[in-house]
Design a protein around this ligand. Structure first.
Ligand code: NAD
Length: 449
């Protein structure tokens, strides 16, 4: 399932054709290796606002080297700009002043993060200036090249202490295929932001130590990688999959020292069985990842009832019913994290996927519906993968697959691990004010942008 086109662009003939025909030239994306430092290089920090003074200290706690001035020599691996102090459109020039002189000094796969205040919490000129940041970061994401990524993080007033895990994710190779995204921290708390609402971790390299993570559809594809990454981060993984996938599921969970449950999540008694299992076997659950999903594509004119029903049942009704049961039974531990897997199809729509896109847009609604209701530091967020290279997308016809892979700022498909790393960031107890977000893992796909 390798990207043959990307391999071709690295050959002598490929290089000539790419240059002369202006073809897409996908960069080799750096991905996180277990045990490696989060950032291999120096990050320039700048700007003025609520976060500027504490930025270097925050990066320091993550083991990330930073500097407030551009070094005379050497290149930069990342740029972080605190834009929370920009209160009018005239102030926006500070973005140009900071970024323009340093953009040519970036190493490969650079990371850029702009910090702002959620516009919906502001009024007048300040609201306008903060909203403008979104166009800036999305455009820079399309310009930056070299496998670079650019994100905007809106930090609510009072949530300044809850930014570390997000910076760690967005500045590291863990976010290789996440770009042009807007993240909100502390914008959905169901009440005032309190310092106590941020979870703590004993070992930052293994933030999920002592935690239990339930992953549906864990036997293969994206679910398998989610299980592996959560295990890497210290969690005991409880994998769930259909009985037909029992042997793959058991083999994986044995390898990861985890637990398994074979059932169809659409079964009438599935929510109760899952809740009973996590309570009796694990005393509760900390991370719930609703990854299991299916496609049954047909244009609506030819859509039979079975295709419609099965897709809605697996992708949307089951996550909602399982979540409700777990919450009602008090089975989700404080600072727990519920994570949905949506899709770019649920944002942009897709021919032949009215059922699938409805289910995946519904997953976004599922996040919205629960985000303001949860308490005890429990959060709900979703990832929306774009084109991820798995068995699901291997079944897509060649031409469609080629176009699908190139239609993003990185001109390539993502890997299951890219989705898994985003899930692990949400699951981190330090992300307990990261709530109500839908982050796309799509290489900044042009569709539905
Ligand atoms: P996959 O088909 O490789 O894996 C899905 C897993 O879910 C399988 O192990 C399957 O057995 C399990 N499953 C299906 N129905 C189930 C049920 N009723 N009960 C329990 N388990 C069930 O798919 P994937 O590509 O790894 O996709 C994982 C998730 O990511 C899905 O929700 C999918 O919609 C979403 N997604 C994938 C892509 C992509 O490009 N691959 C893009 C966007 C979203």
């Amino acid at each position: 399932m390798s990207d043959k086109y990307q391999g071709f662009t690295k050959t002598p003939v490929g290089k000539i054709l790419v240059k002369n025909l202006g073809l897409p030239a996908p960069a080799k994306l750096e991905r996180y290796r277990d045990g490696a430092p989060l950032v291999d290089g120096t990050v320039l920090v700048g700007g003025r606002g609520r976060l500027a003074e504490s930025l270097s200290g925050m990066l320091d706690t993550l083991g990330i080297a930073s500097t407030p001035v551009k070094p005379e020599e050497g290149k930069l691996k990342g740029l972080v700009f605190d834009a929370t102090g920009l209160t009018s459109s005239a102030d926006l020039v500070a973005l140009r002043d900071f970024f323009t002189p340093v953009l040519r000094s970036l190493e490969s796969c650079p990371r850029v993060v702009v910090l702002g205040t959620p516009p919906e919490q502001l009024k007048g000129s300040e609201r306008i200036a903060q909203r403008a940041l979104e166009g800036f970061t999305r455009s820079l994401g399309k310009e930056i090249g070299k496998g670079g990524t650019v994100q905007l993080v809106y930090v609510a007033d009072g949530a300044e202490h809850a930014v570390t895990s997000t910076l760690g994710f967005l500045l590291s190779p863990k976010s290789a295929y996440v770009s042009g995204q807007v993240v909100r921290i502390g914008a959905h708390t169901g009440g005032p932001v309190a310092k106590a609402e941020v979870g703590e971790v004993a070992d930052p390299a293994k933030p999920l130590t002592g935690k239990v993570a339930l992953v549906t559809g864990a036997s293969r594809g994206i679910g398998e990688q989610i299980a592996r990454v959560l295990h890497r981060d210290g969690a005991t993984v409880l994998g769930v999959d259909v009985p037909q996938a029992a042997s793959e599921l058991q083999a994986l969970m044995k390898e990861l020292g985890g637990d398994w449950l074979t059932l169809d999540i659409t079964g009438k008694d599935a929510p109760q069985r899952i809740a009973h299992h996590v309570k009796t076997q694990h005393g509760g659950v900390d991370v719930v990842v609703h990854n299991a999903g299916i496609t049954r594509d047909k244009k609506l004119a030819n859509m039979d009832e079975a295709r419609w029903d099965s897709v809605i049942a697996v992708n949307l009704s089951a996550p909602e019913l399982i979540t409700r049961e777990l919450l009602e039974q008090g089975a989700v531990n404080p600072f727990g994290s519920i994570i949905g897997v949506a899709s770019i199809a649920g944002i942009a729509g897709n021919v032949g996927q009215t059922n699938y896109a409805a289910s995946k847009a519904g997953v976004i609604g599922f996040v919205d519906a629960f985000a303001d209701e949860l308490d005890a530091g429990i959060t709900i967020n979703a990832v929306a993968p774009g084109f991820i290279i798995t068995q699901m997308t291997a079944a897509v016809p060649f031409a469609t697959r080629e176009v699908g892979q190139r239609l993003n700022a990185m001109s390539q498909g993502g890997l299951p691990v890219d989705v898994a790393e985003a899930v692990a960031w949400y699951a981190d107890p330090r992300s307990s004010l990261v709530n109500g977000n839908v982050v796309r893992v799509c290489g900044q796909m042009m569709l539905g942008a």
